[in-house]
Design a protein around this ligand. Structure first.
Ligand code: SAH
Length: 262
């Protein structure tokens, strides 16, 4: 393909949020965009049932962390691979749906992908999705804000790159509900840091795995007991941690798998 042609036959990329798990929690706009795509690049977290909205004959490429990452016979990082692939497909004139779990701009590297597309001059559109940090607590009856007890909500990542975690003292002072994404594996270290920053040991907390899905499982415990409860219930990723007074609203989930522990 000549450079000239690559700049004339230009497609488009949709950065689409597929929602938190339950395939019905995808937006109408996402369904419509998905139905126009020639190629669908799908992440590990996305429930495969949403692919029912793809056009018959659309090419589906699994680009999760477990997917293959070769381009032009050179091994790439998954992220660089995905960005190059989107640019290459769009330059050939394809409409590309990049399907991500939850919302594409919440811990989904959608911001990086949007930058890469903008830098390459590829037209793109962001289709917001329902993020796990709101819908997963809700699946347990937990409102992330509540007029009486939580004046806001803070989303943080439990995944630390290069050492520094969040400023837990500042978060405690904020009086907001805390939702920790990607924190399950480091739950013990996170809880330890929170207790050292002055969070009361009996702060209500929970961990929810596979929220909104049939496989949903959760534990509700006081903060200091959360890591042991997670270990005992053998919760696995993907899971979020929710910490704050709002967790008192947790109820036994009526529509999902039975609670494994309380
Ligand atoms: N963009 C996504 C988040 C991607 S980061 C969103 O907006 O939801 C991946 C993390 O999201 C997981 O490690 C987990 O912490 C959280 N997560 C995603 N789906 C989840 C689910 N169904 N149940 C619990 N946690 C989930």
């Amino acid at each position: 393909m000549s450079a000239e042609r690559s700049h004339t036959a230009r497609g488009k990329v949709y950065l689409i949020g597929a929602g938190p798990g339950d395939p019905e929690l995808i937006t109408l706009k996402a369904v419509k965009a998905l139905g126009t795509a020639d190629v669908v690049l799908v992440d590990d977290l996305v429930d495969r049932r949403v692919l029912a909205h793809a056009r018959a004959g659309a090419r589906v490429v699994e680009v999760g962390k477990r997917g293959g990452c070769r381009i032009n016979n050179r091994v790439s990082t998954p992220q660089a691979f995905i960005e190059k692939l989107m640019v290459r497909l769009a330059r050939r004139g394809a409409t590309v749906a990049r399907l991500k779990g939850g919302d594409p701009f919440v811990f989904g590297r959608g911001g990086e992908e949007a930058e890469a597309l903008a830098a390459a001059g590829i037209p793109f559109e962001v289709v917001s999705g329902v993020t796990a940090g709101i819908a997963v607590p809700a699946a347990l009856g937990i409102p992330v804000t509540h007029r009486d007890v939580a004046r806001g909500v803070t989303f943080v990542t439990g995944h630390v790159r290069g050492g520094a975690g969040p400023d837990w003292s500042a978060l405690r002072a904020s009086g907001t509900t805390l939702v920790v994404y990607m924190g399950l594996k480091r739950a013990a270290a996170i809880v330890d840091a929170m207790l050292r920053a002055g969070f009361p040991a009996d702060t209500p907390a929970c961990a929810i795995q596979d929220g909104t899905l049939e496989t949903q499982a959760q534990v509700v415990a006081k903060l200091s007991a959360l890591p042991a409860a997670i270990a005992e219930a053998q919760l696995d990723s993907p899971a979020i941690l929710v910490i704050g007074e709002v967790v008192r609203h947790a109820r036994r989930a009526a529509n999902h798998a039975a609670e494994r522990a309380a």
